[in-house]
Design a protein around this ligand. Structure first.
Ligand SMILES: [Fe+2]
Ligand SMILES: [Fe+2]
Length: 190
């Protein structure tokens, strides 16, 4: 688990690994059969599914641990994001199923399949929000890679991923707003 100051870098190492895998799949693409293409699509979506599961867990954990150190509106924001991430995981799992795969919900190995970390416990509100911002930015990069992969191969999956990407961009903006609000509150106290 990363120390507080290392959270962003830690996330980045994971995403770099996942992105490298995605890039490898993209560059392998031209020479494969339809069957192999579908298998690759399912494998890529399994990574997105794991990322969404971890996001649901992290936002849910944050919504509970934030009570007492912040206003109810911050907890409500985390709950709202957890619900959005749950919707994302549902859609991705259904798409994997439609492609003939079995969505992988196995807790074993979940962290290593995900682009994002579950994150630290007992963080300050500021660190909690920073952690989520880092996670959202990684999710955005990851979805951009996936959209690129699916662009000409599978328009339905691409359209779904583009909608999810728009939500992740909103989430990142929400986290930036929370950092701004927190700084304004602290400045007002001085
Ligand atoms: Fe998501
Ligand atoms: Fe998100």
């Amino acid at each position: 688990m990363a120390k507080e100051g290392e959270i962003s870098n830690y996330f980045l190492q994971d995403v770099n690994k996942l992105r490298a895998e995605t890039q490898k799949y993209i560059s392998d693409g031209a020479m494969t059969s339809d069957y192999k293409d579908t298998k690759r699509s399912v494998k890529l979506l399994q990574g997105a599914l794991a990322t969404e599961i971890v996001c649901v867990l992290r936002y849910t954990m944050n919504s509970i641990s934030v009570s007492g150190i912040a206003s109810k509106s911050v907890a409500a924001e985390f709950v709202e994001h957890a619900n959005d991430e749950r919707d994302h995981l549902q859609r991705i799992a259904e798409r994997i199923n439609q492609l003939g795969g079995a969505p992988n919900f196995d807790p074993q190995g979940l962290a290593s399949r995900s682009a994002n970390e579950y994150g630290g416990h007992d963080l300050s509100l500021r660190k909690m929000v920073e952690q989520n911002l880092a996670a959202e930015r990684i999710a955005i990069e990851h979805y951009c890679d996936l959209i690129n992969y699916f662009r000409n191969r599978d328009p339905s999956t691409r359209a779904m991923l583009e909608e999810i990407l728009a939500d992740e961009e909103d989430h990142a903006t929400d986290m930036l707003d929370l950092i701004g609000d927190n700084e304004a509150r602290q400045a007002a106290r001085k």
